[in-house]
Design a protein around this ligand. Sequence first.
Ligand SMILES: [Zn+2]
Length: 416
Amino acid sequence: MASTLTFVFVFLLIATTATRIWLGSRHINYVQAHRGAVPTSFSGNITLESHQKAADYTSAKSKLALIEVAVQALLLAVLTIGGGLQWIDDAWFNVLPGHEIIRGALVICSALFISSLIDIPFEYYKTFSVDEKFGFNKMTPAMFFSDLLKHSLVGLVLGAPILFAALWLMQGAGEYWWFYLWVVWSVFNIVMLAVYPTFIAPLFNKFTPLADENLKSRIEALLTKCGFKSQGLFVMDGSARSSHGNAYFTGFGSSKRVVFFDTLLSRLNEQEIEAVLAHELGHFKHHHVIKRIAMLFFMSFVGLALLGWLMNQTWFYNGLGVTEISNYMALLLFLLVSPVFLFILRPFMASYSRKNEFEADDYAAKHADANHLVDALVKLYRDNASTLTPDPLHSAFYDSHPPASIRISKLAAYTH
Ligand SMILES: [Zn+2]
């Protein structure tokens, strides 16, 4: 059984990595092949210069992502079948032979720390080389590292209690520990959703109430028309870090608020902002967020039930390069390895997400002006240097949003 698992895992790791590299290379080639001319439906709004900038920016980001995919796969192989996790476990055992829960937490944190350490140079290069070159970066290295430190501390403060709860339940809660953990995990996520906008997001950005009275009354009229109550309209200083623009809703229940990036407000006119907000309201009205959360809860239920069974199978450990069986190692292996097995779901999730985008666009077209949403999208594509010509297969596999041309031609149909 153990050798079968090793075989399946290695096969899937190679297959998914090869697929990702193949799709990424296709994407780069496709974008470069269409670099020479602006697609006709955009030729009035996007200059050849912006189009080529988008092509080069997309290629630069994609090339970096290809290297990262390969490095991450290699690291995962080293940690699992290469014996890395067992080595970390042995090292901590020498330091702390007793206290299994504390040692387990240390082993898990060490492994996750190593995995995230690998990502830092890539993130640094993307920010200070790629984004910098294309004029998007607003960060300084000092800010980069202070963000990193803040993110790690917040992750530790929020993650440690959940990790200890998991290890404690695994050890002492009997056969159905996974069900109790699922309840704890679900409650934790709901609490996080409620406190994130008010307590966590302000650690990274400044949020100020929207001051522009004209815009405010226009937006409030739209919210009332759509039957939406929010706890205020806020502007976020997205420009402190990057010049990419966006708008979103956060929180739920009484902590729900509308957040605009200052970079979005500075680029779009009032009608366009209204249309973008109508799209976001469409997501809300179609319960997309709630559905997504329900889906995550369902998946974590299935995942934890599976882990409840796997932790009792020695082949699960041995097949993935771990000789010493323990609760924490079952949890850690499951966290590290499951993405390889779930990769196949990626195109289905992406397709579901694109379906949601069409529904939100449909809502926006009915409650605001589809023409203004088209204008806003064209501006955002241009200013974010997003490619108008993604490789169709790459897009179908990964993209949470439909390609610009398809989205805009659907919206244009509403106006005739
Ligand atoms: Zn959307």
